[in-house]
Design a protein around this ligand. Structure first.
Ligand code: XMP
Length: 317
Protein backbone atom coordinates (compact mmCIF):
# COMPACT_ATOMS: atom_id res chain seq x y z
CA UNK A 1 0.00 0.00 0.00
CA UNK A 2 2.63 2.46 -1.21
CA UNK A 3 1.37 6.00 -1.57
CA UNK A 4 3.21 8.88 -3.12
CA UNK A 5 2.23 11.35 -0.40
CA UNK A 6 3.54 9.07 2.36
CA UNK A 7 6.74 8.59 0.38
CA UNK A 8 7.18 12.34 0.02
CA UNK A 9 6.67 12.88 3.74
CA UNK A 10 9.05 10.18 4.98
CA UNK A 11 11.67 10.97 2.35
CA UNK A 12 11.74 14.65 3.25
CA UNK A 13 12.28 13.69 6.90
CA UNK A 14 15.01 11.22 5.88
CA UNK A 15 16.81 13.82 3.78
CA UNK A 16 16.69 16.36 6.60
CA UNK A 17 18.06 13.81 9.05
CA UNK A 18 20.84 12.70 6.71
CA UNK A 19 21.96 15.99 5.23
CA UNK A 20 21.23 18.37 8.09
CA UNK A 21 22.46 21.87 7.29
CA UNK A 22 24.98 20.74 4.66
CA UNK A 23 25.00 21.99 1.11
CA UNK A 24 24.05 19.61 -1.69
CA UNK A 25 24.77 19.86 -5.41
CA UNK A 26 22.66 18.25 -8.12
CA UNK A 27 22.82 18.20 -11.93
CA UNK A 28 19.45 18.85 -13.56
CA UNK A 29 18.87 17.48 -17.05
CA UNK A 30 15.27 18.46 -17.77
CA UNK A 31 14.32 14.79 -17.41
CA UNK A 32 11.84 13.27 -15.00
CA UNK A 33 14.20 11.67 -12.48
CA UNK A 34 16.55 14.55 -11.80
CA UNK A 35 13.62 16.99 -11.69
CA UNK A 36 11.63 14.97 -9.17
CA UNK A 37 14.77 14.45 -7.06
CA UNK A 38 15.46 18.19 -7.14
CA UNK A 39 11.98 19.26 -6.10
CA UNK A 40 11.93 16.68 -3.30
CA UNK A 41 15.32 17.83 -2.00
CA UNK A 42 14.28 21.44 -2.33
CA UNK A 43 11.25 20.77 -0.12
CA UNK A 44 13.55 19.19 2.43
CA UNK A 45 16.49 21.60 2.53
CA UNK A 46 15.47 24.67 0.50
CA UNK A 47 18.30 26.75 -0.90
CA UNK A 48 20.97 24.48 0.54
CA UNK A 49 20.23 22.51 -2.61
CA UNK A 50 22.34 23.93 -5.45
CA UNK A 51 21.16 22.81 -8.87
CA UNK A 52 23.25 23.04 -12.02
CA UNK A 53 21.72 22.89 -15.48
CA UNK A 54 24.26 22.63 -18.30
CA UNK A 55 23.50 23.79 -21.82
CA UNK A 56 25.52 21.37 -23.94
CA UNK A 57 24.24 23.00 -27.14
CA UNK A 58 22.56 19.71 -28.05
CA UNK A 59 19.16 20.34 -26.52
CA UNK A 60 15.93 20.91 -28.43
CA UNK A 61 15.21 24.39 -29.72
CA UNK A 62 14.59 26.89 -26.87
CA UNK A 63 14.65 24.01 -24.41
CA UNK A 64 17.45 25.39 -22.26
CA UNK A 65 15.77 28.75 -21.71
CA UNK A 66 12.27 27.39 -21.18
CA UNK A 67 13.25 24.56 -18.83
CA UNK A 68 15.53 26.86 -16.82
CA UNK A 69 12.66 29.35 -16.46
CA UNK A 70 10.30 26.65 -15.26
CA UNK A 71 12.78 25.34 -12.72
CA UNK A 72 13.12 28.85 -11.40
CA UNK A 73 9.34 29.10 -11.14
CA UNK A 74 9.52 26.09 -8.87
CA UNK A 75 11.76 28.11 -6.60
CA UNK A 76 14.82 25.98 -7.22
CA UNK A 77 18.21 27.47 -6.44
CA UNK A 78 19.55 26.82 -9.93
CA UNK A 79 22.45 27.97 -12.03
CA UNK A 80 22.35 27.65 -15.79
CA UNK A 81 25.73 27.11 -17.42
CA UNK A 82 26.17 27.89 -21.09
CA UNK A 83 28.81 25.39 -22.23
CA UNK A 84 27.70 25.13 -25.86
CA UNK A 85 31.04 26.14 -27.33
CA UNK A 86 33.00 23.75 -25.15
CA UNK A 87 30.93 20.76 -26.28
CA UNK A 88 30.90 21.76 -29.94
CA UNK A 89 34.61 22.41 -30.13
CA UNK A 90 35.37 19.03 -28.51
CA UNK A 91 33.05 17.33 -30.99
CA UNK A 92 34.63 18.92 -34.06
CA UNK A 93 35.74 16.34 -36.58
CA UNK A 94 34.37 13.38 -34.61
CA UNK A 95 32.06 11.03 -36.52
CA UNK A 96 31.86 7.85 -34.48
CA UNK A 97 28.70 7.59 -32.31
CA UNK A 98 30.40 6.00 -29.29
CA UNK A 99 33.23 8.51 -29.50
CA UNK A 100 30.68 11.33 -29.52
CA UNK A 101 28.94 9.85 -26.47
CA UNK A 102 32.23 9.62 -24.60
CA UNK A 103 33.17 13.21 -25.40
CA UNK A 104 29.76 14.56 -24.40
CA UNK A 105 29.94 12.59 -21.13
CA UNK A 106 33.47 13.74 -20.39
CA UNK A 107 32.85 17.42 -21.12
CA UNK A 108 29.74 17.27 -18.95
CA UNK A 109 31.80 15.91 -16.06
CA UNK A 110 34.39 18.67 -16.55
CA UNK A 111 31.79 21.42 -16.60
CA UNK A 112 29.93 20.01 -13.62
CA UNK A 113 33.14 19.58 -11.64
CA UNK A 114 34.18 23.15 -12.31
CA UNK A 115 30.76 24.47 -11.31
CA UNK A 116 30.40 22.42 -8.14
CA UNK A 117 33.82 23.73 -7.10
CA UNK A 118 32.37 27.23 -7.02
CA UNK A 119 29.92 26.27 -4.28
CA UNK A 120 31.53 26.86 -0.89
CA UNK A 121 31.56 23.90 1.49
CA UNK A 122 29.39 21.59 -0.53
CA UNK A 123 29.27 18.18 1.16
CA UNK A 124 26.81 16.08 -0.83
CA UNK A 125 26.11 15.08 -4.40
CA UNK A 126 22.43 14.31 -5.06
CA UNK A 127 21.43 12.09 -7.94
CA UNK A 128 18.11 11.09 -9.46
CA UNK A 129 19.10 7.42 -9.54
CA UNK A 130 16.09 5.11 -9.61
CA UNK A 131 15.84 1.40 -8.82
CA UNK A 132 16.22 0.09 -12.39
CA UNK A 133 19.44 2.13 -12.71
CA UNK A 134 20.85 0.07 -9.88
CA UNK A 135 19.75 -3.39 -11.00
CA UNK A 136 20.66 -2.94 -14.63
CA UNK A 137 22.29 -0.48 -16.95
CA UNK A 138 19.45 1.38 -18.62
CA UNK A 139 21.37 2.72 -21.51
CA UNK A 140 21.68 0.03 -24.13
CA UNK A 141 24.25 1.60 -26.40
CA UNK A 142 26.81 2.80 -23.95
CA UNK A 143 27.28 5.27 -21.20
CA UNK A 144 24.83 8.12 -21.10
CA UNK A 145 25.78 11.58 -20.00
CA UNK A 146 24.84 10.78 -16.43
CA UNK A 147 27.30 11.04 -13.63
CA UNK A 148 27.05 7.49 -12.42
CA UNK A 149 28.21 5.87 -15.62
CA UNK A 150 31.51 7.68 -15.60
CA UNK A 151 33.10 6.40 -12.45
CA UNK A 152 36.28 5.39 -14.17
CA UNK A 153 37.35 8.30 -16.32
CA UNK A 154 40.81 8.40 -14.77
CA UNK A 155 41.31 10.27 -11.47
CA UNK A 156 38.03 11.04 -9.78
CA UNK A 157 36.77 14.60 -10.25
CA UNK A 158 36.40 16.41 -6.94
CA UNK A 159 32.63 16.34 -6.84
CA UNK A 160 32.80 12.56 -6.90
CA UNK A 161 34.50 12.62 -3.52
CA UNK A 162 31.28 14.00 -2.10
CA UNK A 163 28.86 11.87 -0.12
CA UNK A 164 25.95 10.71 -2.26
CA UNK A 165 22.25 11.15 -1.57
CA UNK A 166 19.80 9.35 -3.88
CA UNK A 167 16.24 9.88 -2.64
CA UNK A 168 14.57 7.95 -5.49
CA UNK A 169 16.73 4.86 -5.48
CA UNK A 170 13.98 2.50 -4.30
CA UNK A 171 11.46 3.63 -6.90
CA UNK A 172 10.37 2.36 -10.28
CA UNK A 173 9.64 4.83 -13.08
CA UNK A 174 5.87 4.86 -12.60
CA UNK A 175 6.37 5.56 -8.89
CA UNK A 176 8.72 8.45 -9.70
CA UNK A 177 5.98 9.87 -11.91
CA UNK A 178 3.45 9.52 -9.12
CA UNK A 179 5.79 11.28 -6.70
CA UNK A 180 6.28 13.98 -9.33
CA UNK A 181 2.51 14.40 -9.60
CA UNK A 182 2.23 14.63 -5.80
CA UNK A 183 4.87 17.39 -5.95
CA UNK A 184 2.93 19.31 -8.60
CA UNK A 185 5.35 18.65 -11.47
CA UNK A 186 2.95 17.27 -14.05
CA UNK A 187 2.51 20.44 -16.00
CA UNK A 188 6.00 20.71 -17.37
CA UNK A 189 8.13 17.65 -16.81
CA UNK A 190 6.20 14.43 -16.42
CA UNK A 191 4.57 14.20 -19.82
CA UNK A 192 7.68 14.84 -21.87
CA UNK A 193 9.13 12.27 -24.24
CA UNK A 194 12.38 10.58 -23.20
CA UNK A 195 15.41 12.41 -24.56
CA UNK A 196 18.90 10.91 -24.64
CA UNK A 197 21.70 12.44 -22.56
CA UNK A 198 23.87 13.09 -25.64
CA UNK A 199 20.83 14.83 -27.13
CA UNK A 200 20.93 16.00 -30.73
CA UNK A 201 24.59 14.95 -30.78
CA UNK A 202 23.44 11.43 -31.67
CA UNK A 203 20.63 12.64 -33.93
CA UNK A 204 23.10 14.25 -36.32
CA UNK A 205 24.67 11.37 -38.17
CA UNK A 206 28.43 11.82 -38.30
CA UNK A 207 30.12 15.09 -37.43
CA UNK A 208 28.22 17.59 -35.30
CA UNK A 209 28.50 21.27 -36.24
CA UNK A 210 26.69 24.37 -34.98
CA UNK A 211 25.07 24.78 -38.38
CA UNK A 212 23.67 21.23 -38.41
CA UNK A 213 22.42 21.62 -34.83
CA UNK A 214 20.52 24.78 -35.83
CA UNK A 215 18.95 23.07 -38.84
CA UNK A 216 17.96 20.02 -36.82
CA UNK A 217 16.52 22.15 -34.00
CA UNK A 218 14.27 23.97 -36.46
CA UNK A 219 13.08 20.79 -38.15
CA UNK A 220 12.55 19.00 -34.83
CA UNK A 221 10.51 21.91 -33.47
CA UNK A 222 8.21 21.86 -36.50
CA UNK A 223 7.80 18.11 -36.06
CA UNK A 224 7.06 18.18 -32.31
CA UNK A 225 4.79 21.24 -32.52
CA UNK A 226 2.73 19.52 -35.21
CA UNK A 227 2.43 16.34 -33.14
CA UNK A 228 1.13 18.44 -30.26
CA UNK A 229 -1.23 20.40 -32.46
CA UNK A 230 -2.66 17.18 -33.90
CA UNK A 231 -3.15 15.75 -30.40
CA UNK A 232 -0.66 12.97 -31.10
CA UNK A 233 2.21 13.91 -28.81
CA UNK A 234 0.88 12.04 -25.77
CA UNK A 235 0.11 8.93 -27.81
CA UNK A 236 3.67 8.67 -29.03
CA UNK A 237 6.27 7.28 -26.62
CA UNK A 238 9.19 9.09 -28.22
CA UNK A 239 9.62 11.21 -31.34
CA UNK A 240 12.42 13.20 -32.86
CA UNK A 241 14.00 14.35 -36.09
CA UNK A 242 17.36 13.11 -37.36
CA UNK A 243 19.78 15.02 -39.57
CA UNK A 244 21.21 12.88 -42.39
CA UNK A 245 24.45 14.10 -43.97
CA UNK A 246 23.23 12.90 -47.33
CA UNK A 247 22.50 15.33 -50.11
CA UNK A 248 19.84 14.79 -52.72
CA UNK A 249 18.61 16.78 -55.68
CA UNK A 250 15.45 18.87 -55.56
CA UNK A 251 13.82 21.78 -57.36
CA UNK A 252 12.84 25.12 -55.87
CA UNK A 253 11.16 27.41 -58.40
CA UNK A 254 13.47 27.30 -61.41
CA UNK A 255 16.47 26.27 -59.39
CA UNK A 256 18.00 22.92 -58.78
CA UNK A 257 18.83 22.31 -55.12
CA UNK A 258 21.27 19.84 -53.64
CA UNK A 259 20.63 19.65 -49.92
CA UNK A 260 20.36 17.45 -46.84
CA UNK A 261 17.69 15.06 -45.64
CA UNK A 262 15.68 15.01 -42.40
CA UNK A 263 14.36 11.68 -41.14
CA UNK A 264 11.40 11.61 -38.76
CA UNK A 265 11.19 8.94 -36.07
CA UNK A 266 8.18 8.19 -33.85
CA UNK A 267 7.78 5.02 -31.80
CA UNK A 268 5.42 3.31 -29.43
CA UNK A 269 7.11 1.51 -26.58
CA UNK A 270 6.79 0.59 -22.92
CA UNK A 271 10.38 0.86 -21.79
CA UNK A 272 12.47 1.57 -24.90
CA UNK A 273 13.75 -2.02 -25.04
CA UNK A 274 11.44 -2.88 -27.92
CA UNK A 275 9.51 -0.40 -30.03
CA UNK A 276 7.11 -0.21 -32.96
CA UNK A 277 7.10 2.65 -35.43
CA UNK A 278 3.97 4.77 -35.10
CA UNK A 279 1.44 4.77 -37.90
CA UNK A 280 1.12 8.55 -37.94
CA UNK A 281 -1.71 9.84 -40.16
CA UNK A 282 -0.58 10.76 -43.69
CA UNK A 283 -2.12 14.26 -43.56
CA UNK A 284 -0.05 15.06 -40.45
CA UNK A 285 3.13 13.70 -42.05
CA UNK A 286 2.36 15.69 -45.22
CA UNK A 287 1.97 18.92 -43.26
CA UNK A 288 5.20 18.34 -41.31
CA UNK A 289 7.14 17.53 -44.47
CA UNK A 290 5.88 20.61 -46.31
CA UNK A 291 6.62 22.87 -43.41
CA UNK A 292 10.14 21.55 -42.90
CA UNK A 293 11.05 21.75 -46.58
CA UNK A 294 9.57 25.22 -46.98
CA UNK A 295 10.90 26.75 -43.79
CA UNK A 296 14.17 25.04 -42.95
CA UNK A 297 16.97 26.24 -45.15
CA UNK A 298 19.33 23.42 -46.08
CA UNK A 299 16.70 20.67 -46.20
CA UNK A 300 14.93 19.64 -49.39
CA UNK A 301 13.72 16.14 -48.50
CA UNK A 302 11.97 14.51 -45.52
CA UNK A 303 11.64 10.76 -44.97
CA UNK A 304 9.74 8.75 -42.35
CA UNK A 305 11.42 5.88 -40.51
CA UNK A 306 9.27 2.72 -40.69
CA UNK A 307 11.64 0.43 -38.78
CA UNK A 308 10.79 -1.28 -35.52
CA UNK A 309 13.11 -2.28 -32.67
CA UNK A 310 14.56 -4.85 -32.92
CA UNK A 311 16.40 -4.93 -35.18
CA UNK A 312 16.53 -1.16 -35.66
CA UNK A 313 17.20 0.93 -32.54
CA UNK A 314 15.15 3.99 -31.64
CA UNK A 315 18.05 6.37 -32.13
CA UNK A 316 19.99 6.20 -35.40
CA UNK A 317 23.32 6.26 -33.61
P1 XMP B 1 17.95 2.87 -28.62
O1 XMP B 1 18.41 3.83 -29.66
O2 XMP B 1 19.07 2.08 -28.04
O3 XMP B 1 17.39 3.77 -27.42
O4 XMP B 1 16.82 1.99 -29.07
C1 XMP B 1 16.60 3.30 -26.34
C2 XMP B 1 16.28 4.48 -25.45
O5 XMP B 1 17.49 4.94 -24.85
C3 XMP B 1 17.74 6.29 -25.23
N1 XMP B 1 19.20 6.40 -25.47
C4 XMP B 1 20.05 7.02 -24.63
N2 XMP B 1 19.83 7.68 -23.48
N3 XMP B 1 22.14 8.14 -23.35
C5 XMP B 1 20.88 8.25 -22.84
O6 XMP B 1 20.72 8.88 -21.79
C6 XMP B 1 22.45 7.50 -24.50
O7 XMP B 1 23.59 7.43 -24.92
C7 XMP B 1 21.32 6.91 -25.17
N4 XMP B 1 21.21 6.19 -26.32
C8 XMP B 1 19.90 5.91 -26.49
C9 XMP B 1 16.92 6.53 -26.48
O8 XMP B 1 16.60 7.90 -26.64
C10 XMP B 1 15.71 5.67 -26.21
O9 XMP B 1 14.79 6.32 -25.36
Amino acid sequence: DWTSSAFVETTIADIQATVGNDKVVLALSGGVDSSVAAVLLHKAIGTNLHCIFVDNGLLRKNEYESVLEQYKDFGLNIKGVDAKDKFLSQLAGVEDPEQKRKIIGRVFIEVFDEESHLIQDVKWLAQGTIYPDIIESVSVKGPSATIKSHHNVGGLPDFMKLKVVEPLKTLFKDEVRRVGTALGLESFILGRHPFPGPGLGIRIIGEVTAEKVAILQDADKIYIDNLKEAGLYDQVWQAGAIFLPVRSVGVMGDERTYENVIALRAVESLDGMTADWCHLPYPVLAKISNEIINKVKGINRVVYDISSKPPATIEWE
